[in-house]
Design a protein around this ligand. Sequence first.
Ligand code: FES
Length: 279
Amino acid sequence: MKIISKEIIANAAGVKIVKMSLLSPEISRKAFPGQFVVVMVNEKGERIPLTIVDTDSAAGIFSIIFQEAGLTTKVLGALNVGDRLYALVGPLGHATEIKNYGKVILVGGGVGIAEILPVARALKQAGNYLVSILGVKNKDLLILESELKNTSDQLYIMTDDGSAGRKGFTTDMLRELLSKDKYDLIYSVGPIPMMKMAVRISKEYQVKTWVSLNALMVDATGMCGCCRVTVYGQVKFSCVDGPDFDGQGVDWEELEKRNKAYSAQEKHICHHFPATETQ
Ligand code: FES
């Protein structure tokens, strides 16, 4: 659980995204694309799920990428190389189903771009034709562009302000691509409104769409029910049934409501305990 490397890969407009490599020979050996770990930064901290972005089983390390958004990610981001995390469990969740689907569109928004990278690599290896659409607010927040360029057959960048690629949303490009060609699968990770819109568009074109859901989690082993999500009318747990789900069956309104449940407390805690004071 030792931090082997740390790099701030984006830091602009009040958004900080950090890449960290952690030492864990077991996790690096067993992880598959789409799986995640649960991190407890310190003894009193909450448990947060983070996607495994990269593994190096020979070196026994794996990487996570996170945006400093709430208290726990800020505390995690304040740690340095050589520091240790209090606890780490993983790999958790089902791996993404990798096979040769044919033509696949990957849609990554914000820090969700990090989550599509391992899936993109595996899908490419399985022989798929990959079109990646990356969406960020502005060029300074764009992460993993060259990695995804190397993995994808086509890559499109969308920015809110037009400072890189084209001005607009990932879903604008998704609609454009779907209106011109036939695709076999869409894989989308990012903010809930983006995934919700991607699913709405893909439904019009009848293309199956997997989404990786970042539901609130506590135990992450299927016991607490905190991460529940309704899919095609059935209650599922993101941690053990997901994190990938068929987006067209997800009850997005319910998920939005549940993910906002603690935002007031989070703001309150962050205000009173800045990251550096909670080490
Ligand atoms: Fe508790 Fe999934 S986090 S059931």
